[in-house]
Design a protein around this ligand. Structure first.
Ligand code: NAD
Length: 356
């Protein structure tokens, strides 16, 4: 398997290093051969090439079986114009690889219950949610403009979706729901937004092809509230780009830290992209404080959703569970009585566990 590794900026290289350690451990234990190729994106690409997404990066990614991304961005590049900022590279690679479906599992590790801000009476019911976020449409990709008017400057961002964009992600979501608890909540704002009304129309039609999946709709404001009130009610949540961005970050706190959440992006080509959901965390970069588990779990998703290696993916999840069982914690999930470890050590512990 050929994997493009994009370390990125801030804590990106630190957590990617740990993900690589774990992948090497998987390769050793299961006698697999992974070939790695490094590519540039975001701030580090700007520094070396002047652009956030060099053509060479797209070429490398297209020739690989999967792409692993650390994180990009940081204050150093914040004052650049929009198209030259690191985040433009991120949106660009998603667009270039046609990655329209972002899968974000939100699973409560029982060992981390104390790190969650939710009350025990909610946590005790447990939750295991798969948020499926549309990734290449909506307001992030719609027309953006500013004009001078008599009342001052006016700015807008256009939220638009085609029926094709909605149908292709809905079908993926229904297929995933079929392999889980067969429940799907489609999150929108159909009481206000025309694009949401189209989502309802198209998904309503598609539902008929998946009668075994119990599907329902929920307004995004209610969904934001229900996620903290009763997360156990959700199985698969399907939503558009902006709502998915916000809800998945909210959901990340249910499990205690952004540093615990992996993601997979699937699309129209064979190349899939795997990345932790967190950003480059410039506030802790270079301090050996970042939690690498989101990156490591993203490797697990790569094995499962990228290469169909269920057993190997299971070994990664088991190793993470073992290390947490033994009481090792990075600072973001630290609790009294546990053993504090840094990024490097946490990566090594998981890798050793896989090899053992
Ligand atoms: P962030 O996710 O980088 O950080 C938010 C908070 O969570 C910070 O306090 C950070 O220290 C903490 N955090 C994040 N990951 C952590 C980890 N693995 N372990 C422990 N703590 C962790 O979000 P932000 O601060 O809003 O953004 C910082 C930069 O990252 C910005 O330039 C932003 O554009 C970029 N960003 C990139 C991506 C990506 O590459 N996919 C995603 C989100 C934000």
């Amino acid at each position: 398997m050929k994997i493009a590794f994009i370390k990125g900026d801030g804590i990106g290289p630190e957590v990617t290093e740990q993900a690589l350690k774990v992948l090497n451990a998987v390769s050793e234990r299961f006698k697999l051969k992974f070939e790695y190729q490094e590519a540039l994106l975001g701030g580090s690409a700007i520094d070396k090439t002047g652009v956030p997404l060099p053509d060479e990066t797209i070429d490398i990614c297209m020739k690989c079986d999967a792409v692993f991304l650390g994180a990009v961005g940081g204050p150093k590049w914040d004052d650049l114009p929009g198209k030259l900022r690191p985040e433009a590279g991120l949106l660009g690679i998603r667009k270039a690889l046609k990655l329209f479906a972002n899968l974000r599992p939100v699973m409560l590790f029982p060992q981390l219950r104390a790190a969650s801000p939710l009350k025990e009476e909610i946590l005790s019911k447990g939750f295991d949610i798969m948020i499926i976020r549309e990734l290449t449409g909506g307001v992030y990709f719609g027309e953006k403009k500013r004009v001078e008017t008599a009342e001052g400057i006016k700015a807008w961002d256009k939220m638009e979706y085609t029926s094709h964009e909605i149908e292709r992600i809905a079908r993926i979501a229904f297929c995933i729901a079929r392999k889980r608890r067969k429940k799907m909540t489609i999150v929108d704002k159909a009481n206000v937004l025309e694009s949401s009304k189209l989502w309802r129309e198209i998904t309503g039609r598609i539902m008929a092809d998946y009668p075994d999946v119990e599907a329902s709709y929920m307004y995004v404001d209610n969904a934001a509230m229900q996620l903290v009130r009763n997360p156990g009610q959700f199985d698969v949540m399907l939503t558009e780009n902006l709502f998915g961005d916000i809800l998945s970050d909210e959901a990340s706190m249910l499990v205690g830290s952004l540093g615990m959440l992996p993601s997979a992006s699937l699309g129209a080509t064979k190349v899939r992209l795997f990345e932790p959901i967190h950003g480059s965390a410039p506030d802790i970069a270079g301090k050996d404080e970042a939690n690498p588990l989101a990156a490591i779990l993203s490797c697990g998703m790569m094995l499962k959703y990228g290469f169909g290696m269920e057993k190997e993916a299971g070994a990664v999840l088991e190793a993470v569970n073992n290390v947490l069982d033994k009481g090792y914690r990075t600072v973001d999930i630290m609790q009294p009585g546990m053993t504090l470890v840094g990024t490097e050590k946490m990566g090594s512990l998981v890798a050793e566990c896989i090899k053992a």
